[in-house]
Write a protein that binds this ligand. Sequence first.
Ligand code: AKB
Length: 323
Amino acid sequence: PRQINRWPSNESSEPLTDSPRVLITGGLGQLGVGLAQMLRKQYGEENVILSDIRRPPNEVYNMGPFVYADVLDYKNLRELVVNNRITWLVHYSALLSAIGEANVALARTINITGLHNVLDLALENCLRLFVPSTIGAFGPSSPRDPAPDLCIQRPRTIYGVSKYLHHKYGLDFRCLRYPGVVSAHTKPGGGTTDYAVQIFHDALSTGHHECYLRSNTRLPMMHISDCHRATIEFMQTPESQLSLRTYNIAAMSFTPEEVAEEIRKHLPHLRVTYNPDTIRQTIDSWPVRFDDSNARQDWGWKPAFGLSELVTDMLASIREKRT
Ligand code: AKB
């Protein structure tokens, strides 16, 4: 095991500027770029560094700082944190549920070893660390409607296991359990909730969506802007206000049939066929709804988007992108 020294809380642990200096790992996935844009509006372009192991499109380079960071390479991460005076670390690097089940060894390495690296790094450098959790961190023995913040979890997938988190040693560790995130501008990669993004693209292109879940599989979902806002508001909350370290956040829950019905209010000809696949449908032991009352009470969480707002916004945004 790595020897971790936690610096005394004066000198080097203190933020050197009033603004946090943020590093986002796995920044080219579904969430990183949008979160960076929102953080940069508040804290300035130079104070938010996106990172990934892939080369980003030029538009991402043009938006603000981007660096190479491999979450499996501790020395590389440490250099980035030290050289850039990082004070907040947002750890988005992970393989999602379906792709994780298909590549368990790789998911174990990235999701678990990568997480251990950022935990050590945060501890060593007194960082405020954000790691997202998920509905996938629960299993068939968890209460599902609603799933409380604290209960039996026993997840069944490697992704869920890697997101079943405890905090340690007084680290300023913060974790939100995200529902499935729905966004017009960024595609998820290899998740179970991805159909809730694809169905909008299909509705506007071919008018036909083939769904890999059953029509009645109910899962918690959230518009991406609510997800980013929740993350930032939670990170900004003083530690003294937090009664937990890991909070559920909720916005809406729907089934494929319900979202299709809502889309049909705008596009009546949408046709959906169901062809449940073996990996993703068996993952379906996740909560159908989150109890997020602790997040609402402790730090004022409140979603802006319900199902009808989500559908209207998704259709308008995808249409706009296509023109
Ligand atoms: C997935 O479907 O794997 C993710 C998640 C629910 O965490 N979107």
